[in-house]
Design a protein around this ligand. Sequence first.
Ligand code: PGA
Length: 248
Amino acid sequence: MTRMLIAGNWKMNGKISMAKDLACAIVQGDPGANCEYLICPPFTALAAVADSVRGSQVLLGGQDCHTALSGAHTGDVSVGMLNDIGCKYVIVGHSERRSNYYESNGLVKAKAEAAISGGLRAIICVGESESARDTGEALAIVRDQVAECLPDEVGPSNTVIAYEPIWAIGTGRVPSVQQISEMHIQIQSVLATRIGDDSAKLVRILYGGSVNTENAIDILAAEGVGGALVGGASLEAESFLSIGQSCP
Ligand code: PGA
């Protein structure tokens, strides 16, 4: 069975000293969990955190990447740069980037493809707004997002999907376990139409949005859930590790 992935998205938090302390505390924490830990610090802390996790089981990831290999893209970071610093994963299409920078499904797909061709695994984020959930359109919207964002070469070894309802991010509200499973099973079936049932089952589908130490056990035990993308609760080693220890 594929181990669960517990990914910490630190967002725009953490100067270098804080990032180093947090990464060291995670590395030194109880490694007995049945999961892989991934941490995604802000770009400015990647080098320091790369030093802190070197030689450990804790993996490093970026929070975004550009589609181009290099060139005139002020403020952007390429897949090659992330790879160079030791990243194994990159998050693409987070809802904060979709809303702050109007990132489309087409751009998210292009970023995922750039990530894969540059040797990284793409974590593709999808999720519905609160109004879409209220009007019963959540399943259809997320189905289309997944179909439009999947890279052409999608497979279990290069792609992870993160289902993150926008209304659950940073709000303390989470969908029911049934709603999470229903969405994850649907995402798996979209994958199955592209790569077949057996491979689709091996693609990890993370749940994200207000995951914490209290709700992690139920969420991670839900059918179709292959791990978690954790924001706020990943900024403390104890809560982040405890979420990993909740993996079945
Ligand atoms: P949250 O964020 O855990 O703070 O809700 C999750 C995310 O945005 O990835």
